[in-house]
Write a protein that binds this ligand. Structure first.
Ligand code: ZN
Length: 452
């Protein structure tokens, strides 16, 4: 018996969490929190797990939408065994602790009990960690058959993994978030060499026309010359980034360009959680696949943003400010700073990644100098004086790469998750056209798919 049930993250990029039943073993793949929702609404539907066997949680990587609901799951199902890569475990310790204060500021619901620091400590200690390409066995007390699991480097962020499960005659591969192309620090993903029977794949960029996306190198050139334009006129640049993944890649990109004298040596400001995550990138640079192994992020000269008491200091001399959140969510540092930046004529805001249409980052990324924008209902309109430019440094596979994964792994059945309706449609139609005879399932939240 083989069943697949999404508890969130099907037909959307949200609280990614999928229940997989392999005969008598129950495995939960990822346990994310919806980044744009709060309280109970932001969690996967754990109630659907009642009366089902639940043995393991395997986490593909430490982004919020794949990890952050884990403490809530463990509260309800304390017997679950958690397995991640060592790097995901290290990052999870930082991000889960960091999210406690954010949750406290967001949530007022009585029935939504926020976890404690001590609970995170216990949870992290209980995580069993397995390196890439180290096979491990999943079994349960009453199981008659065993499952062999293996993590493959997914090339998305530090510690990210695709998950291979070999169960009786079936090979199942879950991509997690996967990037086949190289970034500045992380090389592209490694795929299993065996034939896969069931592929569970993300579809984030399936609706995005790749001809509109530059290669990482081309985008780096455009980014470099745009930074120089702003510096040359005496302006400062605000770059909103996710603290996990994007900060490290963009910081390394800027520093390497400065080393080659392609970007003028100006002050770089960073701060907060991202700096702690930099350490994990540094510690693991010889342990996992990595470009620029000699580069340590900690040694890049950076000024601490929390030490800035007067924001005018950031504009006195040209500077580059890398700060979270990546989508300029309300009351985050990047949101607060963006409101200062919007008023500064010679300065610029550069966006470097995807913006959800419901976020202030989306409003800013679509606006240009001279426009009047309102970031929140309760706030007055702001006339934009700064320059706004959008760049795309993607940590996800392009749509042709997603299809190349199908080609290489040659699965008979494909389950599409982690994408909006348009992306799932494009993937489904393209797979059926290029690989006739395959079975494609557009997964729907809370609806079980059964395989024979
Ligand atoms: Zn991710």
């Amino acid at each position: 018996m083989l069943k697949f049930l999404p508890l969130g993250g099907a037909g959307e990029i949200g609280a990614n969490c999928y229940y997989l039943r392999l005969n008598d073993i129950g495995i939960i793949l990822d346990c994310g929190m919806h980044p744009q929702k709060t309280g109970l609404e932001s969690l996967p539907k754990f109630d659907l797990l009642k009366d089902k066997p639940t043995d393991y949680v395997l986490i593909s990587h430490a982004h919020q939408d794949h990890l952050n609901a884990l403490p809530f799951l463990i509260k309800q199902f304390p017997h679950l065994k958690i397995i991640t890569t060592p790097q995901t475990r290290a990052v999870a310790e930082l991000t889960l602790n960091n999210s406690i204060s954010i949750l406290k500021s967001q949530v007022k619901e009585k029935e939504f009990e926020i976890y404690l620091r001590e609970e995170v400590d216990l949870l992290i200690k209980s995580i069993d960690y397995k390196s890439y390409n180290e096979k491990f066995i999943l079994d349960s007390l009453n199981s008659r058959s065993e499952t062999v699991a293996e993590f493959f480097d997914a090339g998305h962020i530090i510690g990210s993994a695709g998950i291979l499960l070999k169960h009786t005659e079936q090979n199942i591969f879950f991509t997690g978030d996967i990037n086949l192309s190289s970034q500045t620090l992380l090389p592209g993903a490694v795929l299993p060499s065996e034939k896969i029977d069931i592929l569970i794949t993300e579809s984030t960029y399936a609706a995005t026309d790749s001809s509109k996306l530059n290669s990482w190198e081309k985008e780096t050139e455009r980014f470099t010359s745009s930074i120089n334009n702003v510096i040359n006129r005496g302006g400062s640049i605000l770059i909103p980034v996710f603290a996990l993944g994007k900060l490290q890649e963009i910081l390394a990109t800027i520093w390497l360009q400065m080393q080659k004298n392609k970007i003028a040596a100006v002050d770089i400001y960073t701060g907060g959680l991202g700096n702690k995550i930099n350490r994990i990138y540094d510690y693991n640079r010889y342990v996992t696949n990595r470009n620029e192994k000699e580069l340590t992020l900690h040694d890049i000269p950076q000024k601490e943003l929390s030490g800035v008491t007067d924001y005018d200091d950031l504009f006195r001399y040209p500077s580059i400010v890398l700060v979270s959140s990546g989508m300029m969510i309300r009351s985050t540092n990047s949101y607060i700073l963006a409101k200062h930046w919007l008023q500064k004529k010679d300065s610029a805001i550069f966006t470097v990644g995807y913006m959800d249409p419901t976020t202030p980052g989306y409003i800013i990324s679509k606006a240009r100098s001279g426009d009047k924008i309102q970031l929140n209902e309760n706030e007055r309109k702001i006339e934009i004086k700064c320059d706004i430019k959008n760049f795309r440094f993607s940590a996800h596979s392009r749509r042709e790469e997603l299809l190349s994964i199908v080609k290489k792994l040659n699965p008979g059945k494909i389950i599409l998750v982690h994408g909006d309706a348009e992306s799932i449609d494009w993937m489904g139609a393209s797979v059926l056209k290029q690989f006739p005879g395959r079975k494609v399932f557009a997964a729907e939240n809370f609806k079980e798919i059964e395989f024979d």
